[in-house]
Design a protein. Structure first.
Length: 250
């Protein structure tokens, strides 16, 4: 079974323009992400998919593999294009966010394993327990509720499940029923190509969560739990903190 990792990478970002090319550490942010993902033992190939010549040249400059794509509204569509043009023999494709330079390769391996070990699942993703009230209440932090078999029932920006009789503060420290969804996915190739042909669905449009399109269409999304979230770089403050952490370990 051939497993390929794809890092969708676009140059423009509303809150931090050109963030994937920032290089205060001596390496671009996209290189940090590439090197982290390349540590995965389960990925057979790794490629950056971008609509930017600057990012393409940057990746080739540090020895990575990249391909140029057309413009797409999201990373899933970009990966589907690469699947058709570059990775036509891939059985599983893994969507790795380009702005997560500290992504754990162990987590990537766990994601791939859960999809392989769940033959009825169309795709897989990761989640981690929520321990902080601020994160629970933050609509930018997506929550997922799972069935007893670990497959996803629903994703929402609201704090689901709702606890009627207990205060969240009482449960959060060590009994948290809330799961933070992490934005990394593994797809079976036929399902990915089919998913990108489905128009946006009603719940997807309401919540602005693309993974709801899969659920609304009857797909099974298997969820693996990991110990902690990876940190995405969205703002100048996020990047400054990353640079600080990097300098402390080098």
């Amino acid at each position: 079974m051939l497993v390929c990792g794809v890092i969708p990478a676009r140059l423009h970002s509303t809150r931090l323009p050109g963030k994937l090319l920032l290089n205060e550490t001596g390496k671009s942010l996209i290189q940090h992400t590439w090197e982290a993902a390349a540590g995965s033992e389960r990925l057979d190939r790794l490629i950056v998919a971008t609509d930017s010549l600057e990012i393409l040249e940057c990746v080739h400059g540090f020895g990575g593999k990249a391909c140029l794509t057309g413009e797409h509204p999201n990373g899933t569509d970009r990966i589907a294009e690469v699947a058709k043009q570059e990775l036509f023999d891939a059985d599983i494709l893994v969507n790795i966010q380009g702005d997560e330079p500290e992504i754990s390769p162990v987590f990537i391996d766990q994601l791939i394993d859960v999809l392989i070990q769940s033959p009825t699942a169309d795709m897989a993703t990761l989640a981690t327990p929520i321990r902080e009230l601020e994160q629970l209440q933050d609509p930018s932090c997506t929550k997922v509720v799972c069935r007893t078999d670990g497959s996803a029932m629903y994703f929402s920006r609201l704090p689901i499940p709702y606890t009627r009789d207990q205060s969240p503060e009482f449960l959060l420290p060590d009994q948290s029923p809330w799961l933070l969804h992490l934005g990394i996915y593994a797809y079976r190739r036929p399902f990915l190509l089919n998913l990108t042909q489905i128009p946006p669905t009603p719940l997807e449009q309401l919540e602005k969560l693309e993974q709801l399109r899969a659920l609304e269409s009857g797909a099974t999304i298997q969820v693996a739990q990991v110990t902690h979230p990876s940190v995405g770089i969205d703002t100048p403050e996020d990047y400054a903190q990353f640079v600080k952490r990097y300098q402390q370990i080098t």
